[in-house]
Design a protein around this ligand. Structure first.
Ligand code: KG4
Ligand code: ZN
Length: 459
């Protein structure tokens, strides 16, 4: 057991007055909430006449069950509310949210460690762990308080257990398991990438199957989403993720010292500066141009950019750590090259899916998510691809593209609705720092060797 501040004490789990099993009278209506088997919550809006109100005004738990049984009760959308608390600590954000089964975000809270990690020039896992420990209880409490849901009303607790930084995942998991044990609630272990991929179904009406591109600081993959937990992996980065590369380049360019970029993540700083630069001043080639698969690579490009920066420092006669006069041009060229690489691999994935009839013929959907998906230049490049292939491009709003608690809670709702991976015992649950997403068919994709037509990336 860790030295994590436990969820016990300070009234954390005390049900808030009049909200657990009980009633809230509202003129002639009584809103009664009953927690049923499996933690499912039935909220019944009972119309009562004043003269007979005494019968139901203070229903006992037993009376309520009998009362509900006396109805030919069909738990339809109007009456059935599943409420899931989602907890995320896989990397450098401590996040929690309460979401209901219709996708309403009832409450959310997040503590970002970006500022701390910016100062140290990257995530130091024990530092991230300590910050998660310091913040998790407050963040969960804030999300619950904002939602006005008492812990006893939750249908389940969903927590990211894979993949991610071991020390960070451990904090969220041990906190959640304590909570689950105390509340006697089902536990839903969440795959972080699955959660990113399904977020779009909270904001848009998107049916399976759809294609998803996840691009962030820690991930880079293309997958076909066939169901809540049914994924085909078409391609992934063979080395680092695009966000990681943009962070490294931003650090090498010392953008933290740039007055307009000092509080921005590396990727955001590159996007910001790129607007002031000319991408044509540098000619970086997109990686893997001859590999006819959907894999990505950013390490080689990173190396070439590093060498270019060194050369420019020599030419401009400045020391490492000072900002180059050509920093904006480099940012623009880097961003464009990354966009072209991502667009090309995605184009091939769409063509592969179309060739194998894996996507909906009348409305093929490409979903793009992850921190890097908030980059508008990259989005425009992807738009050119989806226009050329008659696909619909969808992105969750920026706050749901980056790591958050809502996507974890929503994945819990999706799993609860599908009856998948709901655990009633916490025995033997472990976090997994490394865990692939779905069935890997990237070799088959490469063997198909699809030639991608050239598209003009006039962005
Ligand atoms: O999804 P996220 O919050 O965390 C994970 O990595 O899982 O993504 C953070 C990454 C960072 O590498 C950051 O530099 C990048 O997303 N990022 C961006 C932009 N905003 C954040 N990259 C490019 N353009 C942006 N506007
Ligand atoms: Zn993520």
């Amino acid at each position: 057991m860790t030295s994590l501040p436990g969820p016990t004490g300070s009234g954390f789990l005390a049900p808030r007055k009049g909200r657990s099993i009980g009633s809230a009278a509202e003129s002639r209506r009584v809103l009664v909430t009953v927690v049923h088997e499996e933690g499912i919550i039935y909220t019944v809006n009972m119309l009562i006449l004043n003269k007979t109100a005494g019968v139901f005004s203070k229903p006992s738990k037993r009376n309520m069950y009998e009362f509900l049984r006396s109805f030919n009760f069909h738990p339809g959308k109007l009456f059935l509310h599943k409420l899931v608390l989602g907890i995320e600590t896989s990397c450098d954000d401590t996040a929690a949210a309460v979401v209901d089964e219709t996708g309403n975000v009832l409450g959310e809270a997040i503590h970002s460690q970006t500022e701390v990690h910016l100062k140290t020039g990257g995530i130091i896992p024990p530092v991230a762990q300590q910050l998660h420990r310091e913040n998790i209880q407050r963040i969960v409490q804030e999300a619950l308080s904002a939602s006005k849901v008492s812990p006893s009303e939750l249908s389940a607790i969903a927590t990211t257990i894979k993949p991610g930084l071991a020390l960070s995942l451990g904090v969220g998991l041990s906190f959640s398991l304590q909570l689950v044990d105390q509340l006697k609630k089902p536990f839903i272990p969440i795959h972080h990438m699955e959660a990113h991929a399904l977020t779009i179904r909270l904001t848009n009406k998107v049916e399976f199957p759809f294609l998803v591109l996840l691009i962030s600081g820690g991930h880079c993959l293309l997958a076909l989403v066939r169901g809540v937990s049914d994924f085909l992996l078409l391609g992934k980065s063979l080395d680092i993720a695009p966000g990681d590369m943009l962070d490294k380049v931003a650090r090498r360019l010392s953008l933290i010292k740039h007055p307009e970029c000092s509080t921005m993540s590396g990727g955001k700083a590159i996007e910001h500066l790129a607007k002031q630069g000319n991408k044509l001043h540098f000619d970086f080639k997109p990686p893997m141009q001859h590999a006819k698969n959907c894999d990505f690579s950013f390490s080689g490009l990173h190396h070439i950019i590093d060498k270019m920066i060194m050369q420019k420092e020599k030419e401009e006669g400045i020391e490492k750590g000072q900002i180059l006069s050509s920093a904006a041009d480099i940012a623009a060229a880097v961003q464009h090259t990354v966009a072209c690489h991502i667009a090309k691999r995605t184009h091939r994935a769409i063509l592969f899916c179309k060739q194998r009839d894996l996507l909906c013929q009348s409305n093929a959907v490409l979903v793009v998510s992850g921190g890097v998906a908030s980059n508008l230049h990259i989005r425009k490049a992807l738009e050119i691809v989806t226009d050329a292939t008659q696909c619909t491009l969808l992105c969750p709003p920026p706050r749901l593209c980056t790591d958050n608690g809502v996507m974890i809670a929503w994945n819990g709702v999706e799993r609860l609705r599908a009856g998948l991976g709901i655990l009633h015992s916490t025995e033997g649950i472990r976090y997994e720092p490394k865990c692939p997403l779905g069935a890997d068919i990237s070799k088959e994709v490469g063997e198909a060797a699809i030639k991608v037509p050239r598209l003009k990336m006039n962005i």
